[in-house]
Ligand binder design. Sequence first.
Ligand SMILES: Cc1cc2nc3c(=O)[nH]c(=O)nc-3n(C[C@H](O)[C@H](O)[C@H](O)COP(=O)(O)OP(=O)(O)OC[C@H]3O[C@@H](n4cnc5c(N)ncnc54)[C@H](O)[C@@H]3O)c2cc1C
Length: 436
Amino acid sequence: MHACKVMQDNNLDTGLRRSSSSQLVIVGGGASGLSCAVTAARLGVSTTVLERTSRCGSKLAVTGGSRCNLTHADTARHMAAKFDCKPGLLMPLFRKFTYRRIAEFFASIGVTCQADHQGCIWPRKLGARQLRDMLVQAALASGVDIRTGCRVHRVSREAELWHVGTERGHHGAHAVCIATGGASYAGTGSSGDGLALSSALGLATAGWFPALCSLEPRQPVGELAGITHRSAAMTLSVDGRPVRKAAGRFIFAHRYVSGSEVLNLSGHAARALQQGQKVRLAVDWAPSLGRDGLAERISLGRERNGRRLAASWLTVFVARRLANRLVADAGVPADRRMAQLTEADLEALVRVLKTTVFDIVGTEPIERATVTGGGVSLNEVDISTCEVRRLPRLHIAGELLDTWAETGGYNLHFAWATGIAAGEAVARNLTSDRNL
Ligand SMILES: Cc1cc2nc3c(=O)[nH]c(=O)nc-3n(C[C@H](O)[C@H](O)[C@H](O)COP(=O)(O)OP(=O)(O)OC[C@H]3O[C@@H](n4cnc5c(N)ncnc54)[C@H](O)[C@@H]3O)c2cc1C
């Protein structure tokens, strides 16, 4: 819809180096870049977006299974607790940019939001692609100059101006917002450029790692592939120390283990693996029962269902193929019937049902991770404006900042909140600079 109005730098430029200037140049036309652009332009800032691909918001268009879970109905405190950093670091941002504030922003571009029973907020009667189009349209309608096919390779400060270098010329600006996203789903444009751009400016950065992705256990998933266990309790430990607990679905995929709670743990696992630490995932398949309760339940089964094979009886807790595996792991012969279970068998079955340990040796590749950890240290920015403390009028927004959140709309919330915060701050700074 917007493509015809958006300038394609590669069409305009025939190889001559060109320069232009605006008050704000935004590097990256994704979720955070576009929300920054709409906000700043509406506040009267002449704004240019430089987007490396041929189209803005390609990642946004595939979010939430193409429905775009754009934020979450949560308090600021709960929201901050979903992120992989000290919650206090994000509170100044989330106190100001609540989910209501984000919903108001979307209402202002014609998108109505609705929450589901879990509190995830979605656009009403719109898909992710349409939401992206409306955001681009709002930017164009506010006068934003969007240049696609324009990859930025350098951001530098010379005298009072910021300079943004592309292969086709450079742009001068009073302020710059780097909003180049993370390093996953590189086909959408986010191939990790922001890290090099920021490091060249002397900013403290951490290397990328995948997050919200499946985990690869050492033990082959083999015949368990395709099983979904509805309710498991999980403990992730690093070098023998429990670091995170979660409860929810557990899915055996072909090479990986998955499920929304496994995804939420994955970033912690990935970072530890990257640091050469030993990662284990302990799974309790019957979390609603304690060890004693479970032992009682099995002995009741032994009395009442003596003729059934132990593996078949175990299907009261787990799928049959998993039951076969657990019986084998417990060292109980496959043909043993409930009535034949010894006390040692019973104890062993309790042990495997309460704790199956997976040695985690890898994750899905970063390309397929929903988000990425790593990026520019949060300590570099004042999070309420996203302005770099040491480099005035430089802002960093979105996934390029070194934090990521659990599933549920929090990552996009962060992208909008940081983008809008940066856009507002640029407008405020311009006004105060003019008044000096
Ligand atoms: C499949 C999938 C589903 C998801 N679903 C959800 C969801 O439902 N809810 C949720 O909260 N989060 C979701 N996420 C995460 C969410 O999409 C991201 O966290 C969010 O898009 C980050 O926004 P961003 O603006 O920081 O980066 P991006 O949206 O990735 O935008 C960065 C932009 O910068 C451009 N760029 C990069 N380098 C350069 C350069 N050198 N020069 C110029 N431009 C450049 C890129 O082309 C891109 O357009 C999902 C992610 C994926 C992959």
